[in-house]
Write a protein that binds this ligand. Structure first.
Ligand SMILES: *Cc1c(COP(=O)(O)O)cnc(C)c1O
Length: 395
């Protein structure tokens, strides 16, 4: 048996494979260049055009473009007009931006444990942390697989919560015949280069709630009510700061890139699904178990997450991670449970033992590379590296 690269052997790849990578083509570059030659670099016509295109794709009445996915989650939570002491339930296993958005508004993020098989928020766990102060629940469609919106929706209705979605993993995903983006009262998306389509930095909130959308439009514009187009048309200089806001605007350059990228989203989702299908076909009975698939969901595969099975290997996830990185495979870990982070421990008194399922998952999960431009050879390289590592460390 050949030596692993981590022990000085020859790696599977000399050029490392990243875990994700964006794809920009000439049409994208031309679209952005046209905006650079136009009158509107920002707050121009492409913002609304991009918003309309995303709203049409997910099937909502409104969409509000903002400067990042984090800004999208923040805008969405801010639009609920929460007070201090109000609580928002957030899954323990997500990117920090989900819970930070709650903390920014002065409300308290309360962490719910996840389902062991899907790593989506477990409805029963969410119910356990509900209190009289709970105002909203943010579902995160982990890795791109939609949550159980039927049960979460029932819980929200019966307990008077707003159901929000951080859909940053799941653009193009579907549940029970509906698109992610139209499954909760409001849904946040990210257009970071690691996500399904990119505007470099950027985000969007989709919703049917036009009052909420108006609050978010003001929020992204320093809290100012009427937009400058209306002031121009009305021949007036007057505007009013009606709430505290930020400059969270997305520029026309970025919206041009987003619109151009959106045309390829369907093809890209197919490619993500076919890479995932190849991983799934190759991994049964291996030491690496993919997350479970649930019925009635079309997965968007932002991530492909496996659990390293401790009963199959003499080493744990950390050593497998090092060995795969040494083979030139850009594996990653999504996520460190939020309950572990210093900010949440110090300000909200969290402890790792609050969410044991998230903790157990965290000790075993690995994200394998998945992005549309990956070739079949790249997928084979990942599988070969997994087989080598498993062979070397088998119990
Ligand atoms: C990427 C991501 C965000 C934040 O998006 P940015 O565009 O990087 O600000 C928020 N939540 C989740 C779950 C994400 O994956």
């Amino acid at each position: 048996m050949s030596r692993l690269a981590v022990d000085g052997g020859v790696p599977v790849r000399d050029v490392p494979l990243p875990y994700t990578r964006h794809a920009v083509d000439n049409a994208d570059i031309e679209a952005v260049t046209r905006v650079l030659r136009s009158d509107w670099l920002t707050t121009g016509p492409l913002v609304e055009e991009f918003e309309r295109a995303v709203a049409a794709m997910v099937g909502t009445r409104c969409a509000v473009a903002v400067s990042s996915g984090s800004a999208a989650v923040h805008a969405m939570v801010d639009s609920l007009n929460l007070g201090s002491g109000d609580e928002v339930i957030v899954p323990a296993l997500t990117f920090v931006a989900t819970a930070n958005a709650v903390a920014h508004t002065g409300a308290v993020p309360v962490f719910a444990d996840v389902d062991a098989e899907t790593l989506n928020v477990a409805p029963a766990a969410a119910e356990r942390v509900l209190t009289k102060r709970s105002r909203a629940l943010i579902a995160v469609d982990f890795a791109g697989q939609a949550c159980d919106y039927t049960r979460l929706g029932e819980l929200a209705v019966s307990r008077g919560l707003r159901l929000l979605s951080d859909g940053c993993h799941a653009l193009g995903g579907r549940y029970a015949g509906k698109s992610v983006g139209a499954l909760a009262a409001m849904t946040a998306f990210s257009f970071h280069p690691s996500k399904h389509l990119t505007t470099a930095e950027g985000g969007m909130v989709t919703t049917d709630d036009s009052d909420g959308a108006a609050r978010m439009r003001s929020f992204r514009n320093n809290g100012i009510d009427a937009d400058h187009h209306r002031r121009l048309a009305d021949g007036t200089w007057y505007y009013e700061a009606e709430r505290l806001g930020y400059n969270y605007r997305l520029s026309d350059l970025q919206c041009a890139l987003g619109l151009s990228q959106l045309r390829r989203l369907g093809t890209w989702l197919e490619r993500r699904r076919s890479i995932a299908a190849r991983y799934r076909a190759a991994l049964p009975d291996s030491a690496f178990r993919p997350l479970a698939l649930v019925a009635d969901v079309e997965h968007a595969y932002h991530l492909f997450v496996v659990r390293v099975l401790p009963d199959r290997l003499r080493v744990g996830r950390d050593q497998v991670f090092r060995a795969l990185r040494a083979e030139g495979i850009g594996v990653n870990v999504h996520y460190i449970p939020l309950t572990r982070h210093a900010f949440y421990r110090h300000h909200f008194g969290t402890r790792p033992d609050l969410c044991p399922v998230a903790e157990e998952a965290y000790s075993k999960i690995l994200s394998l590379p998945i992005f549309p431009a990956m070739s079949d050879q790249d997928v084979d390289d990942v599988l070969e590296a997994l087989h080598r590592v498993e062979a070397a460390y088998r119990r």
